[in-house]
Every structure is written in structure tokens, then in C-alpha cells.
Design a binder for this molecule. Sequence first.
Ligand code: HEC
Length: 123
Amino acid sequence: MTTRDTINFFSSKIFFFICLFSLCVFTISPNDLIALDTDLGETLFKNHCAGCHINGNNIIRRSKNLKISSLKNNGINDPETIANIARQGIGIMDGYKDQLGEDGDLIVANWIWEQAQKAWVQE
Ligand code: HEC
């Protein structure tokens, strides 16, 4: 490569796009993706669960709510179990597999699990 080639490369569009691309890769951190999931989890909950489980309660069967003590009492000890219930339903509750979309079950379950750890108190 001659000096001129080198200069041409650095002033080329390709070089510009490589820089732009690296900038994107380095500025989108895993935390941003987690934040996106958190927002999505909250939205899914509001759209599909809050009707009966507003603030983690249960307006139909009060004892089967989404607070940590109730979950544990009923043998629900991780987000995966909640995701299962979200998908397939439990007892008199319907499943919401079709409404939640791909991965929506786990995303909303993780959000619920996180709220349960914080006793459903919003920051
Ligand atoms: C139409 C009302 C309704 C909606 C909407 C609803 N649930 Fe439920 N949910 C119930 C009822 C009623 C129960 C108790 C079922 C039973 O044991 O017979 C329940 C129980 C649960 C439980 C078990 C709680 C415990 O402590 O045992 C979980 C977890 C749960 N729901 C998650 C969800 C999620 C996630 C969504 C949204 C995708 C959702 N529910 C939407 C009515 C609803």
C-alpha cells in the first residue's frame, strides 16, 4: 500500500462507516438491552395481567396474588414457573400464550419476579 492509498482509505466512505458501526456497537451496552426488556415486561403486564393483578394483587382470588409470600406459598420460586403460568394459565386463570408473543412470557415473568422482590413498590 502506498501512502496515497492509505490517505484514500482514511478519507473513504468505508472508513467512515466502519467508525459509525463501531460507535454503535460500543454505545449499545447490555444494560440498554436489559432496560428494553424491563420496559417491555411492564407493558406486557399492563396489557395482559394488570386487569386482574393490579399492583401484584389478585382481584378474583385474593390469596393467589403476585407478592413474594403468596408465590412461595404456592410453590412458585422462580421466573420460569411464572412464565409457565403466563403461557398456560393455572386453576381458573386462562393462559396468555397467544397474546404475549415470542419470549413475552419470560419477559413479563422476569418483570413480575423483580417487582415481587421489591414488594411491588415502584422506585
Ligand atoms: C382475568 C383475570 C386474570 C388475568 C388477566 C391474569 N390472571 Fe393470573 N390469576 C388469575 C386468577 C383467578 C388466579 C388464581 C387461579 C387459581 O388458582 O385458580 C391467578 C393466578 C396467577 C398466578 C399464581 C399466583 C399465586 O400466588 O399462586 C400467577 C403467577 C399469575 N396468575 C400470573 C399472571 C400473569 C403473568 C398474567 C398476565 C400474562 C396473568 N396472571 C393474568 C386471574 C388472572
